[in-house]
Design a protein around this ligand. Sequence first.
Ligand code: NAP
Length: 401
Amino acid sequence: MDHRLKSFWGLSVHFYSCNEHCGSSRIAKMLTLPSMETPIKPVSLHKTQFCSPFSSMSAFSLPATFRVKQRASKLFVMPRIRALDAAQPFDYEARIMEAHEKSSKLKIGIVGFGNYGQFLAKALIRQGHTVLAHSRSDYSDIAVKIGVSFFRDPHDLCEEHPEVILLCTSIISTESVLRSLPTQRLKRNTLFVDVLSVKEFPRNLFLQILPQEFDVLCTHPMFGPESGKDGWKGLPFVYEKVRIGSDEYKEDRCQKFLDIFAKEGCRMVEMSCSEHDRHAAESQFITHTVGRMLGKLELQSTPINTKGYETLLNLVENTSGDSFDLYYGLFMYNVNSTGQIERLDAAFDSLKRQLYGHLHDILRKQLFGNGKGSENLQRLAPPAVSRNGYGQEATACEVKQ
Ligand code: NAP
């Protein structure tokens, strides 16, 4: 078989005994023709890994003879092979790699394409997954820019049969959104995932509303567009496999989804939804509450910021970007949050009493010294602070009483 290739430096290259599948560009890539000064010799190649569809799996012995001729006179040159393992379109290995790549990709339908839905979609697209989206508002233009197919009608999204539905709606709208989704249009075999910042609530909702055949994975990536803007390495990703079918396909699909976050370097934490909510109320809810309280003070940067103050300013910035719906959801839909608000309240109260109690003590000493008469003033002192579990020292008043 004779494949005529491109001209190099006035040379036409002909290949003989070359497999039909050999593409000219491939061969051209693999050859570096020597300069015209190079002594020209006839050559035949043996034991060369070269342009067979089977060649990459094992060294394929191809007795290829090359004859290179100049337009008029016949010349033979020694081709030099430059890239033996370059991925080639007809490589068996490349095909296997391609098939493997495809099989590790998911078709994911995002429901709720607001701030967080878009943030996640960018990472999913970057990793090569197919992403569809639906939201209450029309995000068609943004979706095009990210590479996402946007569906105004949830029926259309479901008819695309995504393997995964990723719920990114606000916590407080989750129930109505879920109940209005035409789940009958999805494949019976669909994985439902949520990223809500509270976990018991969606878990119970999924189990209550979704058909028994659907798999359920509850997750909480514990970072957002602000805290995760420089990458997700080391950031916690909490999940509970609430209901994952035992067949291989379902387990594999769930794992592929989790791998998205593992590949980005997240710290994967498997934890029950109730345990998550307990920890999150103590950490995340308090963080958001303090951030919002400080936000109300409208703190400004000063020329003499301490590191601690910079931390506070960062906290305000980190939390102010989130919607009030999100914060309200953290409060309303996590049973542990109400207790935390009360603890914060009591702690601030206790701190004030401690300060004022101390002040009273000093004032008393100034007014009366150590002499008599201070007993009368003691009656005016604020009531004693109980040892309420916050680990605080008793106030001066408390000691005296
Ligand atoms: P969000 O205010 O909690 O949610 C906004 C999303 O909810 C938008 O997609 C919005 O749709 C949708 N939505 C709101 N009300 C709706 C209603 N009545 N009917 C239908 N859809 C409604 O802000 P977010 O930051 O994007 O958070 C989305 C989810 O991700 C929340 O569950 C949150 O807990 C979770 N999450 C957020 C972060 C974060 O850092 N932001 C981190 C981890 C997890 P439209 O835009 O179309 O109106």
